[in-house]
Design a protein around this ligand. Sequence first.
Ligand code: ADP
Length: 168
Amino acid sequence: MPRIEAVRGDITTETVDAIVNAANNSLLGGGGVDGAIHRAGGPRILASCRVLRATSLPDGLPTGDAVATTAGDLAAQWVIHTVGPVHSRSEDRTAQLVSCYRRSLEVADEVGARSLAFPAISAGVYGWPMDDAARVAVSTVTETDTAVESVRFVLFSDEALAAFQQWL
Ligand code: ADP
């Protein structure tokens, strides 16, 4: 099991091997943490996403899956893009959110990343209640078999930090 901690901060400034991005299916940029990562990391990240769209992912990245690109100008070596589910009150999409964390750890293992920073996937524009998003994130990372040694949850608000700390 990796060492796990939660901090308040801006994930784009983390010095870890890989930063996880809460992307959308298109991989071609969005708001929230996705916009911040592309702004801070420069155009090479988007160029790398466009190559994926032109080759292995013509229909985009499925919800719950993850893929690595360069991290461009960021201190990290890779950005691991994952697509969280939009929260629904009529359908339980927890399995897709679990899959985001699992697949991100698998991709980290594939590229050889040993330290990872995650945002609160789906807990922004996609509407997942922060407390439950934190529960799923912490329990999944705790239960997934991985060679990743260090996982930092980098949260953008005191409320989000408190939610994650409660489950740690
Ligand atoms: P989603 O579409 O998966 O909900 P968002 O980017 O809208 O993704 O939000 C996910 C979480 O990331 C939210 O809690 C949001 O406040 C947070 N966030 C936004 N910008 C940053 C950042 N620069 N660093 C860390 N977390 C961020």
